[in-house]
Design a binder for this molecule. Structure first.
Ligand SMILES: Nc1nc2c(ncn2[C@@H]2O[C@H](COP(=O)(O)OP(=O)(O)OP(=O)(O)O)[C@@H](O)[C@H]2O)c(=O)[nH]1
Ligand SMILES: [Mg+2]
Length: 387
């Protein structure tokens, strides 16, 4: 493999030289900066090779470790490129994606090194591990659970004669372990004399308006609460009209606001309502201005619980990025929608664990009223363990 060295006064100059000579798929091997002129300025150095020289080895493992190395170098380059400027949202996004790739490749390499997690496990533990990973529970959680199961005192286990009994022992301990970790939001108060305000945010089409209509119906049915639906969606044509129609059909009140700054007045004008549910416009989670506008909820002078609606059909990385973006406004809970369209439920667990956010509702279809359930630890477990 021929390794060539390129230099530039900025990292981007050096990278341009690499691309010009070796093409856009050049494999970056190392990047570094070197002080010159007595340390007063610096020069950026990139060592790279052409893409055709990338894989010298024909083995799969060689390919993997090359991939890992070039991902790490690329990340290093991206980081170096940020030294001289304030990173933009896109820069951070690219770094995060790079880190996720490296994490995946590292985990794969570690698994190979250990001869495979499953190979070292008893049949019972392997079956539990398998079930969780098929359901999409992240490897770190599966590993932590298996460590816990392995650490259980063996006395009780010894008294169990049959394989199903032993599997049952491990499964019930695994369920208890997971149950303890799942956080569920408290039931909404609908007591007379107080007004609780809940706002729903999320990407476009995530299921906010549908969830609001379902929840209004649920509150009316369960506690005959006075409900006010407020549309703050001024982006989507007809969004307000749709919510008004829903309110009429469900027999609840309706109001609309031109901007969130008007919400305070509307809530104060409807002090007789026990529950105010605010619908917001769909947001692009990469658009910082749109996210920032939602911070208005924290300036109302009364508490507003903001719930993020996440369609479980989204890729895990998208779900993760959405929570990261919307966390900036302070989230009270997560609502998962489109659960009816999914086969795996591990991300409900992964995302709520990662962001330490409680779960409040699961939306399970298009029917209004109906197709929504209060989140419970038991329902998450039932879905993950296919009980
Ligand atoms: N299958 C299924 N469809 C759902 C669910 N929740 C919402 N939908 C459908 O998803 C589509 C979008 O739902 P909306 O409630 O309008 O989504 P939204 O977040 O308000 O959308 P915007 O206001 O455009 O941002 C509609 O066709 C809903 O019927 C669900 O849990 N399961
Ligand atoms: Mg909507």
């Amino acid at each position: 493999m021929e390794v060539r060295k390129f230099e530039g006064v900025t990292m981007s100059d050096a990278m341009k030289a690499v691309k010009k000579e070796l093409g856009k798929d050049a494999v970056i091997l190392t990047t570094k900066e070197r002080p010159i002129e007595g340390g007063r300025s610096k020069i950026f150095e990139v060592r790279a090779t052409s893409p055709s020289a990338k894989i010298e080895t024909t083995s799969h493992e060689g390919h993997k470790s090359d991939a890992l190395r070039s991902h790490v170098t690329l990340l290093e380059t991206r980081l170096n490129g940020l030294i001289e400027k304030v990173p933009t949202h896109d820069d951070l996004h690219r770094l995060e994606s790079g880190l996720s790739e490296v994490k995946m490749l590292l985990l794969e390499a570690l698994r190979k090194k250990d001869g495979g997690v499953l190979e070292n496990l008893s049949e019972d533990l392997a079956s539990i591990y398998h079930q969780l990973s098929v359901m999409g529970v992240e490897e770190t959680h599966c590993g932590a659970l298996i460590n816990f199961l392995n650490s259980l005192p063996k006395d009780e286990l010894k008294s169990l004669k049959t394989a199903p009994e032993r599997l049952d022992f491990y499964r019930s301990n695994a369920i208890r372990w997971m149950l303890k970790r799942i956080k569920v939001a408290p039931k909404w108060s609908t007591s007379k004399g107080s007004t609780c305000v809940h706002a729903f945010v999320g990407n476009s089409g995530s299921g906010k308006s549908t969830a609001i209509a379902k929840l209004a119906a649920m509150a009316k049915k369960e506690s005959d609460a006075q409900v006010l639906l407020v549309s703050a969606d001024n982006n989507k044509v007809g969004a307000g009209d749709h919510l008004r129609l829903m309110a009429k059909l469900l027999g609840v009140s309706y109001a609309s606001v031109d901007g969130l700054s008007e919400l305070k007045k509307v809530v104060l004008d409807h002090r007789d309502s026990q529950l105010v549910l605010v619908d917001t416009a769909g947001v692009n989670p990469r658009n910082e201005t749109q996210i920032s506008d939602l911070k208005e909820f924290s300036r109302m002078g009364f508490p507003v619980d903001v719930h993020l609606v996440l369609p479980l059909t989204e890729k895990p990385i998208q779900l993760d990025r959405s929570v990261r973006s919307f966390s900036a406004i302070g989230l009270a809970s997560l609502i998962f929608s489109r659960m009816d369209e999914c086969w795996t439920y591990g991300d409900v667990y992964n995302i709520s664990q990662k962001w330490s956010l409680p779960l409040s509702f699961f939306s399970t279809g298009q029917n209004v009223p109906g197709s929504i359930e209060r989140a419970s630890r038991e329902r998450v477990i039932e879905r993950i363990f296919s009980l």
